[in-house]
Design a protein around this ligand. Structure first.
Ligand code: B12
Length: 209
């Protein structure tokens, strides 16, 4: 099956083939969600498992990520739909010390596709930059991503810094080691398990404002 071929191309670190196959799937009318969930994300999950087992190492993890990101870029226009007035302004980034950006970028793309204006600050973002961007863009929401247990404290510190402002933005958090309990403990306004969850959460928080 063609989705399996995409999955295999990521695990084979063949970015060119991943791109080619994703384009072919789109042209064949396969649902964007299926390509994303069953091929791209599923492959990264497997990469994580193989890394934990010591089968893959960082260079391979990086090559797989590059193939995945290439595929994601091809899906981007299909995840986005333009709307006249943005549903809200979201500043998003991966917290200080953390270089993982695939999940964060995916959340950003899905938010964009749902009508939000998204300012993506990238990776390794210190609290001060989140704060400055939130003020400059009058953000309704700030989204923080962390993929490492060692960068969860940076997430906490960023929330604390953002909270020092009176009428600050709503704060949403996510990433593999983060959960609802942690979100509540650090004083975030919400936790999103995945990109659709992030969109639902952002919509709810903007509606409540
Ligand atoms: C690819 C990858 C890398 C790539 C990243 C490339 C890139 N451009 O992002 C590279 C090779 C650079 C890398 C490096 C490292 N990595 Co790494 N990496 C991964 C891997 C395999 C996949 C992550 C991924 O992209 N998943 C796919 C996306 C779509 O999922 P996601 O990120 O979880 O995002 C979703 C949700 O979490 C949520 N979400 C994410 N962000 C946000 C934000 C908001 C606001 C919301 C609401 C939701 C949300 O929505 C997303 C979409 O559904 C994971 C394993 C895994 N399965 O998580 C390990 C993993 C995260 N890495 C790990 C480690 C240990 C490292 C290194 C320390 C390795 C090393 N020894 O150097 C370094 C750290 C570098 C650093 N300082 O950041 C560990 C972390 C262990 C831990 N608990 O802390 C993992 C879990 C692997 C493992 N099983 O051990 N890594």
């Amino acid at each position: 099956m063609a989705l399996d071929d995409i999955y295999d191309s990521i695990l084979g670190f063949d970015a060119e083939r991943t791109a080619e196959l994703v384009r072919a799937e789109l042209a064949a009318g396969t649902e964007v969600r299926a390509i994303l969930d069953e091929a791209l994300i599923a492959a990264m999950d497997e990469v994580g498992v193989q890394f934990s087992e010591g089968v893959l190492f960082v260079p391979e993890m990086l090559m797989a990520a590059m193939a995945m990101k290439g595929g994601l870029e091809i899906l981007r226009p299909h995840l986005s739909a333009s709307e006249a007035k943005p549903a809200g302004v979201v500043v998003i980034g991966t917290v200080k010390g953390d270089m993982h950006d695939i999940g964060k970028s995916l959340v950003g793309m899905m938010l964009e596709g749902s009508g939000f204006q998204v300012i993506d600050l990238g990776i390794d973002v210190p609290a001060e930059r989140f704060l400055a961007a939130a003020e400059a863009h009058q953000a309704d929401i700030v989204g923080l991503s962390a993929l490492l247990t060692t960068t969860m404290p940076a997430m906490q510190a960023t929330v604390t810094r953002l909270r020092e402002r009176n009428a600050g933005p709503r704060i949403i958090v996510g990433g593999a080691p983060v959960n609802q309990d942690f979100a509540e403990r650090i004083g975030a306004d919400g936790y999103g398990e995945d990109a659709p969850g992030a969109v639902a959460l952002a919509r709810r928080l903007v509606a409540d404002r």
